[in-house]
Write a protein that binds this ligand. Sequence first.
Ligand SMILES: [Zn+2]
Length: 326
Amino acid sequence: MTITPFDPVVLPAACLTTTWLPVAARSEGGAWSLPLAALRGSSDGPCLVVLAGVHGDEYEGVEAIARLCTELDPAALRGTLLMVPICNPPAYAAAQRNSAVDGLNLARVFPGNPDGTLTERIAHVLTTQVIRHADLVVDLHSGGVAYDLPTLVGYLHDEGEMGRRSLAAARAFGAPVLWGHPLPIPAGRSISAAQELGIPWLYTEASGGGYARPADVACYARGVVNLLRHLGMLDGAPDAPAPAHHLVGDGNLDTVIDAPVGGYFRAAVALLDDVDAGQPLGHLYDPFGARLATVSAPCPGVVILLRRVHRVHAGEGLVHLTQRMR
Ligand SMILES: [Zn+2]
């Protein structure tokens, strides 16, 4: 089978094209492929790339893209909108964060490897056939089954041109929380692949829990329309309320405060609470209610992530703190 790399120049004008990007042969026959919704407008313009389902248990972006496919009018569009609603089909099929085929986290293997495992090949196809064409990338995530986060848009906090464009796009998106991340962006993410290619990026988070709240789906779908307006791809100004919170800090959720012992976790704080150094963030209990450990704040901060699944193993992440923008 000869695989011809996807290029948006082949798309018909003023039309929604839905197709599948081949990735790799399946061991049981057939092929793994990625769903792609491509809207080419009636005239030339920028290219916006929207990704969802990088983690297979996060549904807000999946539903938002499906809604946009039915609601957007390609004839009213300038430029090209490329949307991949399910970036990680083997994880989505299993309703879990990581791939059920090779166990890898797609958000840790970008820009991928054409000769690697399935997850690495998916990242390579996304990087070379989708992200590469973008003037702006937005990757729609949420807390998935295990974590809870406020509805937020994350952007590059930097003085340079990339940071300026990322912040402007984040404000246009219109999420209630803005979260800026200074360089370096941790490797392996879709957004670090975009950063390497010199493409401004955003990502989003929301509550998750294996369920897409209608308000979060609406926020994500409206946010993409706002980005189309911000980029001049649709007429009109973004409908973006001012954010209620503007935060800044390390967005690497691999480095959250973790559990010193296994047990039943009960948080003692809520999302977006301001906490002092030493303040208890939560407690771990044994099955008879005895307190095994208390997790305390190592520094003052704002609660940006909380463990949702009560049962925790030692070393699993519980809480992440960040800072308010000064
Ligand atoms: Zn995610």
